[in-house]
Ligand binder design. Structure first.
Ligand code: GLA
Length: 733
């Protein structure tokens, strides 16, 4: 039983294999957060006793009990306006202009299986693997109800959260903020890890002590963004990969978000994550409900590796969907860095011919095949084939590629529109822009109003027409700008504040329709690389192009940051040419290969321009990726070094049964007469014997994990590391 209730005390415990989450509705009906952490088998309420503090008021009913303040108690879903002056989870304005909500316990129920959220992506699960707890809270004065939903995946150490705000009164209410998660940590000194960056440099890892006041990471870009990722980790100062306490959270949402972490007057920590209230407002009529997107949390008492592994498993098995969810992904060649906009059908076919000879599974035709699109100034929105440019039809090109034994994939950027396009000339009002103001251009393009049904229908019809016109197995779904100038021609003025969220709902609706109608197509998300790398998109696209930066050295850092939350199978990663197109850096072919193998693997270059020796390497790389792919994607992932601070980026995949492990990575810089670098394996069976593939020496699991292995001396910079460990049948005597 993962949900345990003591009815008399209104005491709720969510139990997973390695964690316990406690909350209690007290005599006043206030739902207090009691505990999240190690399993205690006890009621931890004694730990949240707080002194009465000046300027921390009391709720009316408590009389002279000065210590009873909403301002100092750990709470499950704190409301603004009624005496908790910390970051609120929910802010409601009523028809009389007052802004307050006083939520008290009303009822609860437990259901087998995992709840769904209307119109939104969410973690899903079998009846037998998850349970749902629903706690209904009510604000009597306004007859507003909030239903807190908790999904508990016991064996996966995962808890999900979402809230429904229901207007049970007669008058409309206005939701100014509706967070998905509030996590109060009543004691402890903590660090905060978050993932920041920019275009072509996403998810850089930053760790800092939490300080008094509020620190935040957020996006106001309409997308989850390159600049901050909708995820965070709170950990003890001594927390490392294999020791210490940590809490992780990610948001199943692709729009603007806000995470706020407050360290309050009593040195309690509160983390609140949800839709960014700076770009949000929602009018809720009598009888209507608003559903927040989902937040997913996990706790590990044994460091960051376990936290990441919990997230990897739930994302891979319970968020990603469809035919490719657990299937081996095709090795693909994408023409973008090989040709940019300068191609015709025969150039693409030449790339495909070379790729087919070397064992590539799929050719992806990137930007430039549609409308008038020879540069990034025109054409977006005109999703019909430019046969003049291709010098032939798409069907012929696809059929010719298929004759080579390869599949065919294609690029779209559905949410965007160029002013120089037939679509814009016909429907200028479909672009998001404020009447009387010139909209901001980015990459010369504007954004379609995805809250409109006519826009979604147009996109569905034009994309599905292309997908039906030829045998297309893959779609790269790009979105190359941040969104601003929010205004929809179809929304009344008091609902314009709803547009950013309605945009995301529209995007999800379109993706859902296409996923349903084209179940065999592999969708890969993209937003100028990894500008929308979030669990919301992963519900529709089981892989996302991780970054426009294909430089292997920088990629190790981008992929390192990404790995804290997202599984390897979701990381779109390719080998490109040197000097690299983003940095000019020259890295060895082998290092580019091991880096791209920590992902979906593919190529982004003209294979025809490679030397015979390099072509031979390509063919070997593809064979080794195919050999290792089950281990890479199904195995457990371990970070073995920190590329942000060390001279190496090293990581490891270990099979579930610990029978094999693959250590991959790169030594960044050669230093003359340098000391030999060693690497310690993780996750092996301590009392088994292992050998390195191709060699005969035997090592105990303990030796490899505690002593490690010396890496070969290197010559030159950015040298690849590859060690395949195989469990031996001999046993330790
Ligand atoms: C974005 C993508 C690239 C490529 C270009 C095409 O930048 O991230 O991979 O598809 O758009 O314009």
């Amino acid at each position: 039983m993962s949900i345990i209730v003591n009815e008399k005390e209104r005491f709720f415990t969510l139990r997973t294999t390695n964690s316990e989450y406690q909350m209690k509705a007290d005599g006043y009906g206030v739902l207090k957060h009691i505990w999240y952490g190690e399993i205690t088998d006890g009621d931890m309420e004694y730990l949240i006793e707080r002194p009465g503090l000046g300027f921390s008021g009391t709720i009316y009913e408590v009389g002279d009990q000065r210590a009873y303040s909403l301002d100092t108690k750990p709470l499950e879903y704190p409301c603004g306006g009624v005496g908790d002056h910390r970051v609120p989870a929910v802010l409601i304005t009523h028809s009389d202009g007052s802004a307050a909500l006083d939520l008290r316990f009303k009822s609860y129920c437990i259901k087998n299986g995992k709840y769904n959220i209307p119109q939104l992506p969410a973690v899903y699960g079998e009846e037998t693997e998850a349970q749902t707890l629903e706690i209904t809270l009510s604000d009597t004065a306004s007859e507003t109800e909030v239903i807190l939903r908790y999904g508990v995946f016991e064996k996966k150490d995962i808890i999900t959260r979402s809230a429904e705000i229901r207007n049970c009164g007669e008058k409309e209410i206005f939701i100014k903020k509706a967070a998905s998660l509030c996590l109060d940590l009543p004691s402890g000194k903590w660090d905060w890890i978050h993932f920041h960056g920019r275009h072509a440099m996403e998810r850089q890892t930053e760790r800092a002590p939490i300080i008094h006041g509020i620190q935040e990471s957020s996006s106001t870009r309409g997308t989850s963004s390159h600049q901050q990722n909708p995820s965070f980790i709170i950990c003890s100062p001594d927390c490392g990969e294999s020791q210490g306490e940590c809490y992780g959270a990610f948001f199943v949402y692709s729009g603007s978000f806000k995470t706020q972490i407050e360290y309050d007057q009593l040195e309690q920590t509160r983390a609140v994550m949800g839709i960014n209230p700076d770009l949000f407002g929602w009018n809720l009529k009598s009888g209507e409900s608003f559903y927040t997107p989902e937040a997913v949390i996990t706790y590990s008492g044994v460091g960051l590796t376990a936290l990441s592994q919990n997230f990897h498993k739930i994302i891979r098995e319970n968020i990603c969907r469809g035919k490719y969810k657990l299937a081996q992904r095709p090795v693909l060649i994408n023409n973008w860095e090989a040709t940019y906009f300068d191609f015709d059908g025969s150039k693409i076919l030449r790339i495909a011919e070379e790729a087919a000879k070397l064992g590539v599974d799929m050719l992806v035709l990137d930007d430039g095949w549609f409308g008038k699109r020879d540069n990034d100034c025109s054409g977006l929105g005109d999703w019909f084939v430019n046969e003049k440019k291709l010098k032939g039809s798409l069907v012929d090109l696809v059929e010719n590629v298929k004759k080579l034994g390869m599949k065919f994939g294609i690029w779209f950027e559905p949410e965007m529109i160029s002013e120089d396009s037939d679509l814009y000339r016909a429907h200028p009002d479909w672009a998001i822009a404020i009447p009387g103001r010139k909209p901001t251009r980015s990459r010369y393009q504007l954004v379609l109003d995805m809250s409109r049904k006519d826009v979604l229908d147009y996109l569905y019809d034009s994309i599905s027409k292309i997908l039906k016109s030829a045998d297309i197995s893959y779609v790269k779904w790009d979105a190359n700008r941040s969104i601003c100038d929010w205004y929809s021609a179809l929304l009344p003025s008091d609902r314009q504040c709803e547009l950013p969220h309605r945009y995301v709902l529209g995007l999800y609706e379109l993706l859902e329709r296409l996923n349903t109608d084209f179940p065999d197509v592999l969708f890969e998300g993209c937003s100028g690389g990894g500008g929308r790398f979030d669990a919301g998109m992963l519900y529709y696209c089981p892989q996302i192009w991780c970054s426009d930066d294909t430089d292997a050295f920088e990629r190790t850092k981008i992929q390192y940051g990404t790995s804290f939350i997202y599984p390897i199978s979701t990381v779109g990663s390719h080998i490109s040419v040197v000097p690299n197109h983003q940095t000019g850096r020259i890295t060895p072919f082998e290092s580019r290969a091991v880096t791209a193998m920590a992902g979906s693997f593919g190529y982004e270059l003209d294979l025809g321009s490679l030397s015979d020796n390099e072509k031979e390497l390509v063919s070997q790389q593809i064979q080794s990726f195919k050999k290792y792919a089950p281990l890479i994607h199904n195995g457990k992932y371990y970070r073995l070094s920190d590329p942000m601070t060390e001279n190496t980026a090293l990581w490891e995949f270990v099979s579930e049964d610990k029978s094999e492990a693959l250590i991959h990575g790169m030594i960044f810089r050669k230093i003359p007469n340098m000391k030999r670098i060693s690497v310690k394996a993780k996750g092996l069976s301590p009392d088994s014997l292992y050998k390195i593939e191709g060699r005969s020496e035997l090592y105990t699991g303990k030796a490899l994990m505690h002593g490690g292995l010396l890496l070969n001396d290197i010559w030159g910079d950015y040298r690849a590391v590859e060690i395949h460990l195989i469990k031996d049948s001999k046993i330790i005597m």
